[in-house]
Write a new protein. Structure first.
Length: 323
């Protein structure tokens, strides 16, 4: 893949779990039937690409056998119609390379790749990590998983300037809209920065020609809404009339805030990210994400109520825009 191939709505999907997945005794927790149904449904709903096995995808709590099963099932379900990226974040470079090579053998075209999570990396270590994985896996596209909280790394403009020299680094799961203009200038069109759907319009207003893709975990609540966001924003850019797009993004934002404890407590959200997102998806009703895998099985009930409201809100908005 190249940077030019990265466009539109990219779904972040969970790894569907069997009903016993929260039990540490369970050895095969991937619901393969739901993987197939959800991936096919995303393709049919017009999703442009899928990112998987990040935090929500429970990359840290799946066994290697379960990862293989999930990737193989998902790739088969795409039938080559859209690109599928399988996250291969691990504790060290050698393990990351093994998993990345295996994902490629199973048919993934890229990896959503975060930094090793034991020691916080400095700039030299972070850049070298991506260079080493790219050298070892030259035919695998890389989406940098730029999660500041998870990886305890700032992903500053200096970082982007250096990794832009790595040909395989073509995109990033990104959240730093205030620095987007500087990061775009530093990377000179070599890295496509994908914001969350609720921030997509802000990114488009920075550079409407280049910023034409976003990521969406809401797509697992109903992918048709993510595709609709893409189309409404594209129409706004073409007509230079952003009224409808701003209204839609405002409505999308309203569905997201209940997911965050207290509306803005991201420290608490980061403690319970997996459980909150999976409860949101389950409540949305489009996909069965299933329970969380241990040890991340506990979430305070009052937080879960917000997640359920978020999932229902997304589903209701999707129904509204279809009407």
């Amino acid at each position: 893949m190249t940077v030019e191939d990265v466009q539109g709505a990219w779904a972040i999907m969970p790894t569907p779990a069997t009903d016993d997945a929260s039990d540490w005794h369970a050895t095969d927790t991937v619901d393969a039937d739901e993987v197939t149904r959800a991936v096919k449904g995303m393709v049919e709903a017009g999703i442009d690409g899928i990112l998987s096995l990040g935090t929500l995808g429970e990359c840290a709590t799946l066994t290697r056998d379960e990862k293989r099963k999930f990737i193989g099932t998902a790739v088969e379900a795409t039938e080559g119609r859209i690109p599928f990226f399988a996250g291969t974040t691990a504790l060290g470079t050698r393990e990351t390379i093994e998993q990345t090579r295996e994902a490629q053998e199973l048919g993934a075209v890229g990896t959503m790749l975060g930094l090793p999570m034991w020691c916080a990396a400095d700039m030299t270590t972070a850049v070298k990590f991506y260079k080493d994985v790219a050298e070892a896996c030259p035919d695998m596209a890389i989406c940098v998983y730029a999660n500041h909280a998870a990886f305890r790394f700032a992903f500053a403009t200096e970082f982007w300037e250096q990794v832009a020299d790595i040909p395989q680094v073509i995109m990033a799961k990104y959240g730093a809209i205030p620095t987007l203009a500087a990061d775009l200038a530093a990377t000179k069109g070599q890295v496509k920065f994908l914001p969350i759907e609720s921030m997509y319009l802000e990114a488009v207003k920075v550079d409407s020609e280049f910023c034409n893709a976003f990521w969406s975990s809401g797509a697992a609540c109903d992918p048709s809404l993510a595709s609709h966001i893409r189309d409404v924003v594209a129409a706004a850019v073409a007509s230079n009339d952003f009224t409808a797009a701003e209204e839609l993004i405002g409505e999308v934002g309203k569905t997201l805030w209940p997911l965050i404890p207290g509306g803005n407590n991201f420290d608490e959200f980061n403690k319970y990210n997996i459980g909150l997102e999976k409860e949101r998806i389950n409540a949305g009703g489009w996909m069965k994400a299933g329970p969380c895998r241990p040890p991340y099985t506990y979430v305070p009930e009052e937080y879960l109520d917000g997640a359920r409201a978020s999932g229902r809100g997304w589903a209701e908005l999707a129904k509204k825009v279809k009407a």
